[in-house]
Design a protein around this ligand. Sequence first.
Ligand SMILES: [Mg+2]
Length: 272
Amino acid sequence: MALIVFTDLDGSLMEHETYSIEPAREALEELTARKIPLILNSSKTAAEMAAIQERLDLHTAFICENGAALHLDTGEIIEFGARRETWLDEVHQLRTQHNYSFHGFNDWSPSEISAITGLTIAQADQAKTRFYSEPILWRDSESALQRFQYELQEMNLQLLQGGRFQSIQGVYDKSDGMRSMVIDYSKQQQTRSLTTVALGDSPNDTAMLDAADVAVIIKSGKSSLIRCPAPQRLIHTKIPGPAGWNDALLEILKLYDSDQLINSKSNPITGN
Ligand SMILES: [Mg+2]
């Protein structure tokens, strides 16, 4: 039985405010030592994630923009979302037409994004390099939001709640790239008994968590909104961010070593 780990970044592996990953260092090193693949699955852009992968000395595949695309370690990119350029103008027309009060990454300069997020200007530039999604801050009423969401649905788009922003994007989520990755990795490893672990802290992680054998809900301001009934083991961390991430993964590895991680060998993703 092999393990593969999928994780959200902001508020999970990375500190929400400082973007530090240091508190997760012990578990990260343990994963590296055991050659267990760690797949980053974030609302961040490919440019941001490539920089983070470099920082972590990670050379695995990753999933960007809330599940829009899977970047394989071979350089191949598998897309699940419609390109932003095909719908963003129409969304902005809706805003003008109904006088909706919201702004997003396309409206902001790198220095404005830096002020809102605490990213450096260079990182904000990477965050603006998006192909599939538009993170926004909604400043209008709840009823206007409902109307806007209905209009997005009509355009085959959706609004997903992340940790800091709401994301306008196509109808895909963080589980699409994950499923594709699991099939790919199972073939590579020639194994049918792959155990998937997923860690996340926000409602936009729900699909990823629910598609895993072992799901870890990292404590956050929004973690109580996550509902995922499918995993065979569900772990709630007591502490938020990378420190909680670290504790949960070390616990998972301990259970894995004593063959107590999951009862059955069935895999909800591949159906094996
Ligand atoms: Mg998060």
